[in-house]
Design a protein around this ligand. Structure first.
Ligand code: G6P
Ligand code: ZN
Length: 616
C-alpha cells in the first residue's frame, strides 16, 4: 500500500511539474504508456569466467542464456561505475544486431531503470556500429540538453553470430572509448562476489523498432527510453570530417567504380545512407548490406579469407569474375570498426593503409587540414607508418595491441591518425577504430589524386597510389601466420623458449646463419614493453621481437581475443628501400625470413603444426 501511495505521488508530482513547465520538455513522449514500475532485488551467486577483455565479455550465446548470466555482468558493471555515476545517467545501449541483442537490450533497459539511470538511448532496432556508439556518446545532445555518460555495446565484433555462435557486451566511457583496465578489473572483481542485482521486472518491453520516447515512472523519478535513428549522428560527423562533394564527384565519374561489402553486419545501416543516399553510389555497389542476426551464416571479418564475395568481385579470387572488377572495394566487420581496402585485383595491407592515409591526410581530408598532431601504430603493425612520420616530421608512437592505447594519446591531443595490422584504422574523431571512416578516407585520397583527371586523363587507381607510396617511402613486405587453437601449454613454452634465446644475440645470429645465410643480423631482441606517455602505466609482455639490422622484424605474440586454446601470431616484415625492388610478390620476398622464423622458434616441434591455420 505504501509503495502504491508512493508511486501515485510520483505520478502526481510528474504531471504537476509538467503543467508548471518544470519537468523535462516533452518530446514525442508516449505519456499514455507511462507505466509505473517497481524495483526488485534478485538474489544471485557469482558466475565464473566473466572477465572482460578490452573488447568486453565475449562468449557463446548459450553461455549468455544461462540464468542471471547477463544480469550479473550488467550489475557488476553498474557497481564498478558506482551508484553515484549511474544514478541520473544517460546510457546508450545498442550493437551490431547479432542474435540475442534484442533480448539483451530489454534486460539492460529494465536493469538501468532499477539502478536509477535517467534515460537509455537506443539506435533503431538496437543497431549502432561500434564507431557510431562512440560518436553518439561524444556528439549527440538529447532534446533536454543531456549528453550520454556511457554505453553498453552489444557485439562480438568479427566473430560469427547466431544461436550457436558468439555474443558480447562491452562498456564504453564518457570519452567514447572502451572502459580502461581499472574499470574492467573492477567489473571482474564484482562478478566474483555479486549477491544481488536490481531489475524493474514489471517494466513492459519497449518497442525498439519505432523512433520516439517512452517514459516510465519509478521510485526514483522518471525513466525514459529514447529510440533514435541509428545513422544520423554518425553521418553528420562524417560530413564534418570529409569533403562529401569531392567524393561524390569521384563516385559519379564514369571512370570510377565502387563496391562495399558489410558482410551482413551493422555497417549496412550506414553504407546505404552514406554511399548511396549522400554520395550517389549505385545501390548495386552494396553487397550484404542488410544487417542479419547471424551474418548470413558467415564470418563477418573483413580479410582475404572471409570476405570471399568481395574478394572474388575485385578479381582477387582464383576464378576470373564475370564482370570487370570495380576500381575500389572495401568491407567492414560485424560491428563496423574493422575495414579492408582493395583496389582492382589489388590488396592494400592494413599497415600500408594507415601509412598512406597519414601521408595524404592533410591534403585530402578537410578535418586534418591544420596538420596532424601525431600518428601511432600497434607494435606488430609494419613500420610503413614510421617512415611517413619521419619524413613528415610527425610525433610517432608504437603502442601494444589494442585500441585503448591510442585513446589515451588522443585524449591528450597527441595523435590524429592510427592503425593496426588487424584491419583497424581510425582517427581522433572518436575513440574506436572506424571502418566506414577508413573507406571515406581512401575515397578522399582517390578524389584528391584524381581531382584533375576525372574529365580527361587516366584514373589514378588504388594500386597506383600504393605503388607510388612505395616508390617514395620504400615498401614493407609483410605477412602474418596464425596458429589457432594451439594447446595453451605448448604456446607458452614456445614463447618462453624465444625469450630464453634472446639472452645471447651471438647465439641467435649463429642459429639464423645456419638456417639462411642471406638474411641480415639480428641487432636487437626483446619482449615489447610500453610505458604510456600519458598516464605512466606500464604494459609488459606485449610480444617478442627480433629486430634485424636491415629493418626487418619478426614478432611473436599470443592473441588476446581467441576463444579456444591459444592462438600464436607470427608477424614477418622486411623493408625494401630500393624502388626497383618494391614490386615483388610478397610471399616470395619474405620466404627467407619465414624459413628463419619457423625454424628459429621450432614452431612445428612446439605446436605439432606444419602450416598456419591462416596466412595473410
Ligand atoms: C581487437 C582489438 C584490436 C586488436 C585486435 C587484436 O580487434 O579491438 O585493437 O588489434 O583485437 O587481436 P589479437 O587476437 O591479435 O589479440
Ligand atoms: Zn569489430
Amino acid at each position: 500500500v505504501l509503495k502504491l501511495q508512493f508511486n501515485l505521488n510520483l505520478v502526481e508530482t510528474f504531471y504537476r511539474k509538467r503543467r508548471e513547465g518544470t519537468a523535462a520538455p516533452a518530446r514525442t513522449t508516449n505519456y499514455k504508456a507511462m507505466v509505473m514500475f517497481k524495483i526488485s532485488s534478485v538474489e544471485t551467486t557469482p558466475i565464473d569466467g566473466q572477465k572482460p577483455g578490452t573488447s568486453g565479455l565475449r562468449k557463446k550465446v548459450k553461455v549468455f542464456l544461462q540464468p542471471h548470466y547477463l544480469h550479473n555482468f550488467v550489475q557488476s558493471t553498474f557497481n564498478a561505475l558506482t551508484a553515484e555515476k549511474v544514478k541520473g545517467a544517460t546510457l546508450v545501449v545498442s550493437g551490431d544486431g547479432r542474435y540475442f541483442s534484442k533480448d539483451a537490450i530489454q534486460i539492460i533497459i529494465k536493469m538501468s531503470a532499477a539502478n536509477g539511470v535517467r534515460q537509455v538511448w537506443i539506435g533503431q532496432n538496437g543497431l549502432l556500429s561500434t564507431p557510431a556508439v562512440s560518436a553518439v556518446i561524444r556528439e549527440r545532445v538529447g532534446a533536454d540538453g543531456s549528453k550520454a555518460t556511457g554505453a553498453f555495446i552489444l557485439t562480438a565484433s568479427h566473430n560469427p553470430g547466431g544461436p550457436h555462435e558468439d555474443f558480447g557486451i562491452k562498456y564504453n566511457m564518457e570519452n567514447g572509448g572502451p572502459a580502461p583496465e581499472a574499470i574492467t578489473d573492477k567489473i571482474y572483481e564484482n562478478t566474483k562476489s555479486l549477491k544481488e542485482y536490481f531489475i524493474a521486472e514489471d517494466l513492459p518491453d519497449v518497442d525498439i523498432s519505432t523512433i520516439g520516447v517512452t517514459s516510465f515512472g519509478g521510485p526514483e523519478g522518471q525513466f525514459d527510453v529514447e529510440v533514435f535513428d541509428s545513422a544520423s549522428d554518425y553521418v553528420k560527423l562524417m560530413k564534418s570530417i570529409f569533403d562529401f562533394e569531392s567524393i561524390q564527384k569521384l563516385l559519379q565519374s564514369a571512370k570510377f567504380s565502387f563496391c562495399f561489402d558489410a558482410l551482413h553486419g551493422v555497417a549496412g545501416a550506414y553504407a546505404k545512407r552514406i554511399f548511396v543516399e549522400e554520395l550517389g553510389a549505385n545501390e548495386s555497389s552494396l553487397l550484404n548490406c542488410t544487417p542479419k542476426e547471424d551474418f548470413g551464416g558467415g564470418h563477418p571479418d573483413p580479410n582475404l579469407t572471409y570476405a570471399k564475395e568481395l574478394v572474388a568481385r575485385m578479381g582477387l579470387g582464383k576464378t576470373n569474375p564475370e564482370q570487370e572488377p570495380p576500381e575500389f572495394g572495401a568491407a567492414a566487420d560485424g560491428d563496423a570498426d574493422r575495414n579492408m581496402v582493395l583496389g582492382k585485383r589489388f590488396f592494400v595491407t592494413p599497415s600500408d593503409s594507415v601509412a598512406i592515409i597519414a601521408a595524404n591526410a592533410v591534403q585530402a581530408i578537410p578535418y586534418f587540414s591544420g596538420g596532424l598532431k601525431g600518428v601511432a601504430r600497434s607494435m606488430p603493425t609494419s613500420a610503413a607508418l614510421d617512415v611517413v612520420a619521419k619524413h613528415l616530421n610527425l610525433k610517432f608512437f608504437e603502442v601494444p595491441t589494442g585500441w585503448k592505447f591510442f585513446g589515451n594519446l588522443m585524449d591528450a591531443g597527441m595523435c590524429s591518425v592510427c592503425g593496426e595490422e588487424s584491419f583497424g584504422t581510425g582517427s581522433d574523431h572518436i575513440r574506436e577504430k572506424d571502418g566506414i571512416w577508413a573507406v571515406l578516407a581512401w575515397l578522399s585520397i582517390l578524389a584528391y589524386k584524381n581531382k584533375d583527371n576525372l574529365n580527361e586523363g587516366k584514373l589514378i587507381t588504388v594500386e597506383d597510389i600504393v605503388t607510388q607510396h612505395w616508390a617514395k617511402y620504400g615498401r614493407h613486405y609483410y605477412t602474418r601466420y596464425d596458429y589457432e587453437n594451439v594447446d595453451a601449454g605448448a604456446a607458452k613454452e614456445l614463447m618462453a623458449y624465444l625469450v630464453e634465446l634472446q639472452a645471447s644475440l651471438p647465439d641467435v645470429n649463429k642459429i639464423i646463419k645456419g638456417i639462411r645465410s642471406d638474411v641480415s643480423n639480428v641487432a636487437e631482441a626483446n619482449e615489447f614493453e610500453y610505458k604510456d606517455p600519458v598516464d605512466g602505466s606500464i604494459s609488459k609482455h606485449q610480444g617478442i621481437r627480433y629486430l634485424f639490422e636491415d629493418g626487418s622484424r619478426l614478432v611473436f605474440r599470443l592473441s588476446g581475443t581467441g576463444s579456444e586454446g591459444a592462438t600464436i601470431r607470427l608477424y614477418i616484415e622486411q623493408y625494401e628501400k630500393d624502388s626497383s625492388k618494391t614490386g615483388r610478390d610478397s610471399q616470395d620476398a619474405l620466404a627467407p625470413l619465414v624459413e628463419v622464423a619457423l625454424k628459429l622458434s621450432k614452431m612445428q616441434e612446439f605446436t605439432g603444426r606444419s602450416a598456419p591455420t591462416i596466412l595473410s
